[in-house]
Design a protein around this ligand. Sequence first.
Ligand code: MLT
Length: 269
Amino acid sequence: MQSNQQSVKFLNEDICYYTAGRGRCVVLLHGFLGSSKVWNNIIPQLSKSYKVIVIDLPGHGQSNCLGYAHSMELMADSVFSVLKKLRIKKCVMVGHSMGGYVALAFANKYLSYLQGLCLFHSSSYADSEEKKKDRNRAIKIVKRSPKTFIKPMIKNLFAKRNLSYLKSELQTATEIALATPPKGIIAALVGMRDRTSSEQLLQKLQIPIMMVIGKYDGVLLENTLFKQYETVANKHLLYLKYDGHFGMLENPNASANALRKFLHYCYKK
Ligand code: MLT
């Protein structure tokens, strides 16, 4: 998957992406400290019937940083530049956590391009005041020592019970995160801290919306996500009752199967 790297210039910087398969289109957006590689376990399943586009968001993976702050809108525009280059007019967008915040910003501006949206361990809420303070603390730590911030943060994305047997998944996720440049980490933290709520937008959307919720998610708590799920009109759910915040690594089969079903529904195959 990572061998066919392509890129597009966005604000004079490279945004990198990868494609696999043919047919109707699904776009996969990773989360904070991730890269297109986090989807590697589920791409083979999806690309049997769909054209899969996986994008490295600005300041992550192979994509360049764009500045001191990567707002969700700026990242959504970078995603749009990839679709424009590939002449894609319709897609189902799947966003993991921060990637979901970006997908919602994309929906706000480019709704006609969406056939469906999946919030994969993600939410429409803005940061609370407490969370904003955490972001500021995190920025200070990253400036001093990125590793100190990254290692415990990545561990916390897995359900504790899964860590004993998902050693190589934890290692992969940690390696991806450690390869993220500090500038990219800080720009994303600033962007997430300052993002506005997409609650009203999500309530209004009539396109199919899938939510993936992990019982042991330590970042976005299941109760909060279920509360949000209630407000969605055209809703679909994958509840991972043994997993945390990293369904595509903790339970790739269930994730791929549910996404395939959702894609079939969106495209009415
Ligand atoms: C992510 O996984 O993208 C982040 O944990 C999301 C967040 O910190 O809000």
